[in-house]
Design a protein around this ligand. Structure first.
Ligand code: AHR
Length: 665
């Protein structure tokens, strides 16, 4: 609140001292041609890239609080502590029914004799603790099978001092020696960011337990077993044009066995076969031995998420190649069919009606309405002739059956060099719909490459700038920060993407989420802990672009040249036909205030005031944090428009990113 006040005072001071109040000297003129839009901006222009990295899914947007709920981690009791004064040999046993269930073979068998409080307990530590809110309902569920006797399950939520902050009692209702699911709900009495969940057993007997689960009531849209609402809200607030999922390298897998297979992510949670998350062991300096993919968040949920937030789904599938930084395993060409079939089936799953095999699967899962999938990625960061060869098979098969499906194709790991040049050439020969470019580079690179797409062909393949982020140190360095310098360089670079919307049809920052206590990769757009979430300066840049996307590119020039680095200024302009707004985006990366007059040529009649949204900070190292979440965040103000001259005069604050909207009446 105080900060808002500070900014509005600062803004009015800026307004009072700016050239539109006392025009001493005419400032350089920037011309915007409103009469003749030069290209369309695709509705998909600004989107988000989601991957289960940094505890993005399990321990992140998937709201399950129990870690290793099904005892399928390599160490079956990882995350669990067995305790109690009556503990005896064999009273807690891991059973494996692999011959009966390959997707969820393990469960735990508890045997007790006349047990009471303190005698035998199992405590789950959660994903770096459990975030518990005061007075909220928590839903505990378990799959159980009573073998003999009567054992009751006491469920306690504990705070960091091991004090009970919520509890319930589950008395198994069935004793017919088969599996049953039972749920109880209880309210927490206090909040805690590092809570644990203790089960203790009362009575005598033997019971088998599996899928021990705890969800908060306040999931996204209140869906049971759903997603963490505060994290999803951050995405919804961006109104992204698309969501790319589920990655990233996890699509490829360390080896082919660990690749992402969408068909294994459907149906009851207990049937979704867990695999290791390749970020578990990828970085020796950031090990996460407890990082697995439960797939509680699966493809139906991803599609549903896209539908919820009005984004086009963009699933990426494995192309028959494991991560080339890891095993680089290849599926022989004569065995590629199942991979291709997965792609064909996915399209049917998303778009087919109930009369089709996979459309019916979707309908039976509770979503009869098709998702209208338009984009599909084949391969993530794959490269070389082996990729081209495999992609060609996918392309032929998919286009034959679904000619309108737009395929996203990989140009490898880097935006230049032999790998890129080879693939870029080949993909254009193949008439690839969209070429996925990745750039994790220093902020200077982003400034130097603002003209990257000016010389790209206007016809043929389009670009999906699928993964990028300015690195304050270097790629995969743990020292990278989401600082203002990086965000500002991205804002400047994005003027080049917008100016070239004829070529660039989609763009997304990467990675999206990181858990402060469990990350492997930095920088990331949104940081969370068990209870809190904050957007980085980079998030606000992405959000401003997305919320001010417009529908058409307008030409914006200073002295007949695009404003792309002269005096450290970078600018682009768009027209929004839905609102009749002219939208200007201007990054001033210099440490000086700079005045410019924007002339809106060809605009019939302008509204007398416009809106300036300003993102700025004098310190390039400035970051946001849980404690200071809006340190670098946008502030709105009204600005005057000279309706006679059809100009807007701005003093662009040092190290700032400005978005201006002016209505044409
Ligand atoms: O965004 C993190 C990783 O960077 C992605 O998984 C991969 O595609 C890229 O190398």
């Amino acid at each position: 609140m105080l900060q808002t006040k500070f900014w509005s005072i600062a803004a009015s001071l800026l307004l009072a001292s700016s050239p539109f109040c006392a025009q001493a000297q005419p400032s350089p003129l920037v011309r915007v041609n409103v009469a003749q839009p030069v290209a369309d901006i695709q509705p998909t222009m600004w989107g988000v890239f989601f991957e289960d990295i940094n505890f993005g899914a399990d321990g992140g947007i998937y709201a399950e609080l129990v870690k290793n709920r099904s005892f399928e981690f390599f160490k079956p009791l990882m995350g669990w502590k067995v305790d109690g004064k009556k503990r005896t040999e064999g009273d807690v046993l891991i059973q494996n029914r692999q011959e009966k269930s390959t997707s969820n073979p393990r469960y735990v068998r508890i045997t007790t004799s006349n047990a009471g409080q303190g005698d035998l307990s199992m405590t789950n530590e959660g994903f770096r603790g459990m975030g518990i809110k005061p007075g909220l309902r928590y839903d505990f569920s378990v799959l159980y099978r009573v073998q003999s006797g009567n054992i009751k399950l006491h469920v306690d939520l504990l705070n960091a001092k091991d004090e009970v902050i919520g509890s319930g009692l589950l008395t198994p209702q069935q004793s017919d020696k088969s599996w049953h699911k039972q749920q109880i709900s209880f309210k927490s009495t206090a909040g805690e960011s590092k809570a644990t969940l203790r089960l203790w057993f009362e009575g005598t007997g033997m019971v088998d337990l599996d899928m021990i689960s705890l969800f908060p009531e306040d999931t996204w849209k209140g869906r049971p077993g759903g997603m963490r609402a505060d994290m999803i809200q951050m995405l919804a607030d961006m109104k992204p044009g698309f969501v790319r999922f589920p990655g990233g390298c996890i699509v490829e897998g360390y080896d082919l066995d660990q690749r992402y297979q969408w068909k294994k992510t459907l149906g009851p949670a207990e049937d979704r076969q867990l695999i290791i998350n390749r970020w578990n062991f990828e970085f020796g300096h950031r090990p996460a031995p407890d990082y697995f993919q439960t797939f509680g968040l699966g493809f139906l949920e991803y599609f549903q998420l896209c539908e919820d937030i009005g984004a086009e789904p963009l699933p990426i599938l494995n192309c028959g190649m494991a991560c080339q930084f890891n095993t680089a395993e290849l599926v022989p060409m004569d065995q590629l069919d199942p991979y291709v079939q997965d792609a064909i089936d996915l399209i049917e799953f998303a778009n087919g009606d109930g009369s089709t095999k996979w459309g019916k699967v979707r309908a039976d899962l509770g979503h009869p309405k098709p998702f209208n999938l338009k984009f599909l990625g084949v391969g993530n960061e794959n490269w070389g002739p082996q990729y081209v060869e495999r992609l060609a098979v996918f392309q032929k098969a998919i286009k034959e059956k679904y000619p309108a499906m737009r395929l996203v194709c990989s140009s490898g790991t880097d935006p230049n060099g032999d790998r890129f040049d080879y693939l870029n050439g080949k993909l254009r020969e193949m008439k690839a719909d969209l070429i996925d470019e990745h750039y994790y580079r220093r902020p200077e690179w982003f400034l130097q490459n603002v003209n990257r797409y000016d010389s790209y062909p206007r016809t043929g393949s389009k670009v999906f700038a699928g993964e990028w982020a300015a690195q304050s140190d270097k790629t995969v360095s743990v020292n990278n920060k989401n600082n203002w310098q990086c965000a500002l360089s991205e804002a400047a670079f994005m003027t080049g993407l917008e100016r070239n919307a004829a070529v660039v049809n989609m763009a997304s920052y990467a990675p999206l989420f990181a858990h402060a206590d469990g990350w492997q990769w930095t920088p990331d757009l949104i940081w969370v802990d068990n209870l809190r979430v904050y957007g980085t300066p980079n998030y606000y840049v992405q959000k401003l672009y997305s919320l001010n996307k417009g529908t058409n590119v307008l030409s914006l020039t200073q002295g007949n040249e695009p404003l792309a680095g002269q005096d450290s200024l970078y600018a682009s302009a768009a027209w929004d036909k839905a609102t009749n707004d002219v939208i200007l985006k201007i990054a001033n990366v210099s440490d000086k205030a700079q005045a410019r007059t924007f002339q809106l040529d060809g605009a019939k009649k302008l509204a007398p005031t416009g809106r300036l949204t300003l993102l700025k900070n004098n310190t390039l190292d400035a970051v946001n944090s849980f404690e200071n979440a809006t340190n670098v965040s946008p502030v709105d103000q009204q600005i005057p428009v000279d309706v006679k001259k059809k100009t807007i005069s701005l003093t662009l604050a040092p190290r700032s990113f400005s978005v201006v909207r002016v209505k044409v009446l």
